[in-house]
Design a protein around this ligand. Structure first.
Ligand SMILES: Nc1ncnc2c1ncn2[C@@H]1O[C@H](COP(=O)(O)OP(=O)(O)OP(=O)(O)O)[C@@H](O)[C@H]1O
Ligand SMILES: [Mg+2]
Length: 417
């Protein structure tokens, strides 16, 4: 029907986000639902499962998404995390239906939706730019998507009230977007997506325009809401802290591919390579050479400058150039005279008192600077700027990371160059 088509048309032009949101919401404009009760079904734990298989999208010579495969469970909070240009938004737009893949499949609840227009997918999108209609008030903005659905006036009013209640904006119905703060506008955008009760919500840096404090408050709210509603969230962010605190699982992306996928703790504690470790900003990283890979001893022998060390985790079967990673809280400082036991001499460069701990920057003899984090137990530390120290890097905390260029970057090189 006309109205639904118009909404879909707007989506295609990729202009004002309002068109895109409107399109997704214009859902049942043609009066047909693809599955019975899609709009108002009783949400069961099974809906909202996403599967991407070898998903690929090119823009001319640029491979924006280079064969991504992943599964998101129904009701899961899943994040795509990565630096600018790594393909997060493109992946989301493929799932939403605003882009057509060049190859690969997109399954939502087992159904291939890759060729369906946005409004035929049980999916809604929230953008960084709130994309509200400035001339409509809050209630009208939220109700907009319901216009093209067979929802009675009374039902619509009830659902709008419910949605505004969910995002804690009851009482703001009559305000225009211009009379709201950024955080409130984003909540209206969220309510507008939630009022349609999609089984999958796609969120593209939804908190990106907010200041740090508001951002943290809304992170907690969003996560609580997601758990409460049981909707699948596919969440895009370049903020590692945000992804780590909110997600059930996340995928760290690089150059259109997934560098690592796992639970936040897993990705944080066990980064697969230097790229992930560096992006998460977790560890001290050092260039070293693996001289003897792990055999019966279960440790990899590495050379850091002129010092031989043992590393007990990560890619301990490596040889040649590697990166070593160690978390600041695992670096141990001792008296300079101490030797052996994975120790390297160094000198304290700077101490930063953080309250519950002291951050100590130590310059190691091999020429690298490490951070150590020493918990504050009430006693004064025996070191000051310039103190010589012996730095222990326990083997069970010293991680070997591969440094070789991932195969996909080589594969992409000719296309990009
Ligand atoms: N419509 C388009 N035409 C041409 N190239 C595009 C288009 N959309 C995206 N790209 C390119 O595809 C790559 C991935 O872009 P994408 O927007 O998915 O990145 P992103 O991870 O969302 O980045 P950001 O964090 O900056 O939003 C980039 O190199 C980008 O320039
Ligand atoms: Mg983006």
């Amino acid at each position: 029907m006309g109205a639904g088509e118009a909404g879909g048309g707007k989506a295609g032009d990729g202009k004002a986000g309002g068109g895109e949101v409107g399109a997704g919401e214009a859902g049942d404009g043609n009066g047909t639902t693809d599955r019975s009760g899609m709009t108002d079904r009783n949400r069961d734990a099974k809906s909202g499962h996403i599967e991407l298989a070898s998903l690929t999208k090119r823009f001319g010579d640029v491979v924006a998404v280079a064969g991504i495969s992943l599964e998101v469970a129904a009701g899961e909070f899943f994040s795509l995390l990565g630096p600018s240009g790594c393909g997060k938004t493109t992946t989301l737009r493929l799932v939403a239906g605003f882009e057509r893949p060049d190859a690969g499949r997109i399954l939502i609840d087992g159904r291939d939706v890759a060729t369906l227009p946005p409004h035929k997918r049980d999916v809604n999108t929230v953008f960084q730019s709130y994309a509200l209609f400035p001339f409509l008030n809050v209630a009208e903005n939220v109700a907009f998507g319901l216009r093209y659905r067979s929802v009675s006036k009374a039902d619509s009013a009830r659902r709008v009230a419910e949605a505004l209640e969910l995002v804690q904006l009851a009482g703001y119905e009559k305000r225009r977007p211009g009379q709201l703060s950024g955080g409130q506008q984003q909540r209206v955008a969220l309510a507008r997506a939630l009022v349609l009760r999609p089984s999958v919500l796609l969120l593209d840096e939804p908190l990106g325009a907010l200041d740090a404090k508001l951002r943290r408050a809304l992170q907690v709210e969003l996560k609580t809401l997601q758990e409460h509603l049981g909707i699948t969230f596919l969440y895009v962010t370049h903020d590692q802290e945000e992804a780590l605190t909110m997600s059930d699982r996340l995928a760290v992306m690089s150059g259109g591919q997934i560098a690592q996928l796992g639970a936040p703790r897993e990705v944080y504690e066990e980064p697969v390579d230097a790229y992930v470790a560096e992006f998460l900003g977790v560890s001290n990283l050092m260039d070293a050479t693996a001289t003897r890979p792990a055999g019966a001893t279960e440790v990899c022998h590495v050379r850091l400058g002129e010092f031989d060390l043992e590393a007990g985790c990560g890619r301990i079967d490596s040889t040649g150039a590697v990166k070593l990673a160690i978390r600041p809280e695992r670096v141990e400082l001792g008296a300079y005279e101490l030797t052996g036991g994975n120790r390297v001499p160094g000198m304290v460069e700077r101490l930063v008192f953080l309250g519950s701990a002291t951050q100590i920057f130590v310059h190691l003899a091999p020429g690298v600077t490490l951070q150590a984090l020493v918990r504050n137990d009430g006693r004064a530390l025996p070191w000051s700027q310039g103190s010589p120290v012996s730095v222990a890097l326990p083997a069970d905390a010293l991680r070997v990371l591969a440094t070789e260029v991932p195969a996909f970057e080589e594969a992409l090189a000719p296309a990009v160059g």
